[in-house]
Design a protein around this ligand. Sequence first.
Ligand code: BT5
Length: 330
Amino acid sequence: MRADILALLRSMGEGYVSGEEIASRLGISRTAVWKHIQELREAGYEIESRSRNGYRLMGSPDRLLPAEIERHLQTEILGRHIVYSESTQSTNEDAKKLAAAGAADGTVVVTEFQGDGHGRLARGWFSPYGKGALFSVILRPQFALPQEAPKFTLLAAVAVVKAMKSCGVEAGIKWPNDVLIDGKKSTGILTEMSAAMECINYIVIGIGVNVNTDAADFPEEVRKKATSMKLAAGHSIDRARFVGELLNILERLLHQAQREGFAPILDAWRRDSITLGQDVRVIGMNEAVDATFEGRAVDIDAYGALLVDTPQGQRRVLAGDVSIRPQKKA
Ligand code: BT5
């Protein structure tokens, strides 16, 4: 109902709408209208009220509130249920709990701040309050097998690059899960899965984007290698619009993968990749023997694994097992 009232206020532009009209259009009492307006104000919306004219929307909060994201959505499933909190430990942890409890396909968990945001191997993901896009999407893909989960990370990275482009920011993908702007990390993606033998119960794709983060906001240890959309664009970005657009693109790519398989997604990934064709240093995460090696990244295979040519022959690096760094020139 609050979203409906907001939509009505927005449709008036600079004009006013009376409490009576809101009540009659939405089929609620005038007292209910007043209560919802109070709640919207508490959530940060600036709503002017004039006794003769009614209500007028003066400003919206810079928050990833469900109503703010929803107004940019063109999706059927993604983001049709949004779980918002001002702060939480980790949206991926929340999403996994919700998914295990039966949350619907496409549910999105979003927050302004994480106390324990994390990446792979329990590494931290840092984002100051109210400046990033921190969210996790629950998917229940019937069309994919458990061993295909890494491809969802690649798909998400392609979506992030496209969404950034729609905001005028050029980015590229470093295999497997980083989106870089001007060679610096702007985004991390963490895909987690619950599966039985042949079927995926759910996949959680966690995405952390530095949207309006300022250089001074980054902790010392990542400052040199991190950047944000704002730093690249030279101005603040509308976070809710960005998240809405990202969800739209994600859903389009998921539909495409369902219809045509992952091949076109992997091609899009290849086009956006900044890893392929480069000399790389691979640091295996789970491999006991010979975990670190160097070579040239030449392609990804049908499972999204990175193929690296080395003097000893080609090596295949599975998603999630390695991080890649440009080789230092001697
Ligand atoms: C990632 O891991 O890059 C995946 C990060 C996923 C975060 C999202 S936020 C929403 C959802 N909820 C979660 O709890 N997680 C997901 P990895 O490739 O392991 O990289 C982690 C490394 O990135 C850290 O060790 C730092 O070096 C660096 N890092 C941390 N915060 C950063 C930031 N804001 N910008 C750039 N680099 C950062």
